[in-house]
Design a protein around this ligand. Structure first.
Ligand code: HEM
Length: 411
């Protein structure tokens, strides 16, 4: 076990984990952090090996999500507090229950569903740009990056689109609950209250849509499972919750991080405007270089060697996407942002193997349409000189700037 002492919860490391990760990849690629109480897996190859070994490494484990996290991170019980009772999220399911959830995800996010959603995504993106394009300046996270996925999910789930700020607030609470850091005083109670409100709202929507065959719930109710047991109301409420919590902040981070990459590099915006065909690869490179999620937890259920280190049964670990994505053994010149990188799509930001993010095609679609419309309508974007502090949200798991002020020129 490595004796190196890096404190991943230091402000500096939370703000910018890349130097820490580079040092760990070099010196202690599978590193037990006493501050966190779990292992950090930092090399690309090892991250992939852990995610593919689903016998030894479980998702959030069979226990309810909050309980599992509290076990993974016992050092400070407040650091990962225990949100309410079990949520029944897919991430915490195993075996047959997991396969049932996965079938529902695949149906909810099928290519046909996404094709039907595309005009709404373009409408939402266009409407948001209309709201600030003439002002010449915009706070991009609030006025675009968080609004797009919240409004898209609302359309998808059949919720009132106008209430998107509420869905965003609910998703933010979930994200805070698993941030891995101590929450400010009082926030924990707020998170609990938001959690209860989210669950109640979703149960009501399931009841409301249950008999309507054209609704989101009505369509998914008809999905046949391998065991022929029909979907229950609880499963469909849990599905809605997984989509809301899995699809909002992550996509916001993607849009915000990609915009920062472009606006902070002279010439990149013009290059994309001239060659919009580069947009999908630019999205992959943004996912690699500044991933929406820094990493994800796994729990070890059988003694297993990873990268020469024995991880004991019962240990928790974090697969560090943000580190694997900058592993020089996989990506030449990993620190540079290269929109034409050949293997940008080999990034691990959506996970790998059986639990690969079922929302990846939707996130990629939202990203492509957003930047197609943004580059079409904006002749130039620049970081606003004096309004940005470039601070990230305090989280070990999620990565995005708190604010991103841009100066924009309409085309
Ligand atoms: C850029 C955006 C996104 C990123 C980076 C991302 C990342 C991830 C990752 C890494 C996982 C794998 C978890 C694991 O291995 O245990 C995951 C799972 C999941 N994602 Fe995403 N995601 C994104 C967008 C979305 C969207 C748009 C949705 C749906 C609306 C979504 C829904 C889910 C769900 C439901 C799971 C759980 C799947 C399972 O456990 O089988 N995600 N996501």
């Amino acid at each position: 076990m490595s004796q190196i002492s890096y404190n991943p919860v230091d402000d500096e490391n939370v703000e910018c984990p890349y130097p820490l990760f580079a040092a760990l990849r070099r010196e202690a690629p599978v590193h037990y952090s006493p501050e966190l109480g779990y292992y950090l897996v930092t090399r690309y190859e090892d991250c992939v090996a852990v995610m593919l070994n689903t016998d030894a490494f479980k998702g959030f484990g069979p226990a309810p999500i909050g309980l599992e996290l509290a076990e993974v991170c016992p050092a400070d019980p407040r650091r990962l507090h225990r949100p309410q009772q079990g949520l029944g999220l897919a991430m915490s399911k195993e075996g047959a229950a997991y396969r049932r959830s996965r079938r529902l995800f695949n149906a909810a996010l099928s290519p046909e569903v996404l094709a039907a959603l595309e005009p709404d995504i373009r409408r939402i993106v266009g409407d948001l740009i209309d709201q600030w394009i003439d002002a010449g300046t915009v706070e991009f996270i609030d006025r675009f990056a968080s609004a797009v996925p919240a409004r898209v999910i609302a359309v998808m789930l059949g919720y009132p689109e106008a209430d998107w700020q509420t869905y965003r607030r609910w998703a933010d609470s979930f994200i805070d609950a698993i941030s891995g850091l101590v929450l400010p005083d009082g926030r924990e109670q707020e998170v609990m209250a938001e959690r209860a409100a989210t669950l109640a709202f979703q149960q009501e929507r399931v009841a409301e849509q249950w008999e309507d065959p054209e609704s989101f719930v009505g369509r998914l109710r008809r999905i046949r499972h391998h065991d022929d047991v029909p979907s229950t109301r609880e499963e469909l409420a849990s599905l809605s919750l997984s989509l809301l919590t899995g699809g909002l902040d992550t996509t916001t981070n993607l849009l915000g991080n990609a915009m920062y990459e472009l606006a902070s590099r002279p010439g990149h915006w013009q290059r994309l405007r001239r060659t919009p065909a580069l947009i999908p690869n630019m999205i992959e490179e943004a996912l690699r270089h500044e991933p929406p999620t820094t990493g994800l937890y796994r729990s070890c259920v059988a003694d297993t060697e990873v990268g020469g280190t024995l991880i004991p049964r019962g240990a928790g670990l974090m697969v560090c996407f943000a580190s694997g994505n900058r592993d020089e053994a996989q990506f030449p010149e990993p620190e540079s942002f290269d929109m034409e990188r050949d293997n940008a799509r080999a990034n691990i930001s959506f996970g790998k193997g059986m639990r690969f993010c079922p929302g990846a095609p939707l996130a990629r679609l939202e990203g492509r349409i957003a930047f197609e419309e943004l580059t079409r309508r904006l002749a130039d974007v620049r970081l606003s000189p004096s309004r940005n502090d470039f601070r990230h949200i305090p989280s070990l798991l999620f990565r995005r700037l708190q604010r991103l002020w841009l100066d924009v020129d309409a085309a």
